[in-house]
Ligand binder design. Structure first.
Ligand SMILES: Nc1ncnc2c1ncn2[C@@H]1O[C@H](COP(=O)(O)OP(=O)(O)OP(=O)(O)O)[C@@H](O)[C@H]1O
Ligand SMILES: [Mg+2]
Length: 380
């Protein structure tokens, strides 16, 4: 404990109040009433957390926040911004400037202590999680919409979690999220803010605030619900997001939309494994071939390009594994059997199939697929 908190606040009364509240919790407080004084304190020693008022006499708190984010020594220090302005646009401005949290005055001391505590906990976790092995990125690409890609991803993520891996299921799209509904989560459109951040601001500390944990243990970064007007995700943002997620997990599972978008290319180019999910029909094979050619053109030479066959309904004459492998030039790594009842039940419960129906044939297939992927990851 005894973490050092720099409080940058020009109002004496407020400074004293903040200092007393946090000192009672055992933190060491360093005070600065101007941005210049704050810079001097930071130069003397980088604090564990910065609490920063937006209105300072010399520089605006927003500018100082941007400055800290640009400097390598302070780019990852948690920043909690304080302001009298509580409009959504003010909060967005604070977050865009690089703040991790934004608290509106008058400040509730219990809330302040809780927020500082969670910021410190997050950065402690990040420091402790520095890993020798890099995380594995797996892109899940559907050969067309509705083949069962998201269902497969969620269940593979759940199996990896059961194996003790830190898996994050990520919907890499700015709208039309399905993970929240599928897993009974309710983060609404909160991740929308992520898409308005400059790439330099998309770091593991800020991204971890948007990750939610499902009761199965799976970590989820869901896309906003519905159609978002003007929603788009710049490739540089996608790149920063994937890099940030790699710091937070052993396996990052990216759910990509079936129609390639600019961020899809970035995801594929960042992936160690690309999983093409397809149905074993002639039509399925044709669209899989088109997607496979697209993915291969963007994948790294060392990436493993693999196919998962999903049978959502029994087929009298499915296209065979050999034919698929010959046509695509990709290896089939797994097959998921029809499980309409299990999928429906899982959806009702807001849980992965492997949690809702652990003994089903489909659950066995998800486990086998997760095992197959684990064998291809460096941490296995
Ligand atoms: N193995 C399966 N057997 C039967 N039904 C399945 C199976 N896998 C998924 N489904 C069902 O198919 C529907 C579509 O699944 P899912 O949302 O996972 O597909 P998707 O490819 O991600 O779709 P989208 O293109 O909309 O993202 C869902 O109702 C799901 O429950
Ligand atoms: Mg989907």
């Amino acid at each position: 404990m005894n973490e050092r908190i720099l409080v940058v606040e020009d109002e004496r009364q407020m400074l004293r109040l903040l200092g007393m509240t946090l000192e009672k919790e055992g933190y060491r407080i360093v005070a600065a009433q101007t941005a210049a004084a704050a810079r001097a304190q930071i130069q003397a020693a980088v604090p564990d957390v910065v609490i920063l008022d937006v209105m300072l006499p010399d520089t605006s708190g927003l500018d100082l926040c941007r400055e800290l984010r640009q400097h390598p020594a302070t780019s990852a220090v948690p920043i909690l911004m304080l302001s009298a302005m509580g409009q959504v646009s003010d909060k967005v401005a604070g977050l865009k400037a690089g703040a991790d949290e934004y608290v509106v005055k008058p400040i509730d001391s219990v809330e302040l202590v809780a927020r500082v505590g969670s910021l410190l906990e997050r950065s402690r976790r990040l420091r402790g999680q520095a890993r020798a092995e890099p995380a594995t990125v797996v892109s899940f690409l559907g050969s067309k919409g509705g083949v069962g890609t998201t269902t497969t991803l969620v269940n593979v993520a759940a199996c990896l979690t059961l194996e003790g891996k830190r898996a994050i299921a990520v919907e890499l799209r700015p709208e039309l999220g399905q993970l929240q509904t599928l897993l009974g989560l309710s983060t609404g459109d909160s991740t929308r803010t992520l898409f308005s951040l400059e790439p330099a601001r998309i770091q593991s500390t800020s991204v971890s605030a948007w990750i939610v944990r499902h009761s199965s243990g799976v970590q989820v970064l869901p896309a906003p619900l519905g159609i978002q007007p003007d929603a788009h995700f710049e490739p540089a943002q996608a790149m920063a997001l994937v890099a940030a997620l790699k710091e937070l997990a052993d396996v990052v599972l990216l759910d990509l939309p079936p129609c390639p978008r600019p961020e899809t290319e970035v995801a594929i180019a960042s992936s160690d494994i690309v999983l093409l999910n397809m149905e074993p029909t002639r039509l399925g094979l044709e669209s899989a071939a088109a997607l496979a050619a697209y993915a291969k053109a963007h994948a790294r030479p060392a990436a493993k390009l693999l196919v998962v066959i999903i049978n959502r309904a029994p087929l009298a004459t499915p296209v065979g594994v050999r034919q698929i492998e010959e046509r695509l030039g990709w290896v089939v790594v797994g097959g998921i059997p029809p499980a309409p009842d299990e999928c429906a039940r899982a959806q009702q419960l807001g849980a992965p199939v492997v949690q809702a129906a652990p003994d089903s044939t489909a659950s066995q297939a998800f486990k086998a697929l997760a095992q197959g992927l684990l064998r291809l990851t460096p941490q296995a």
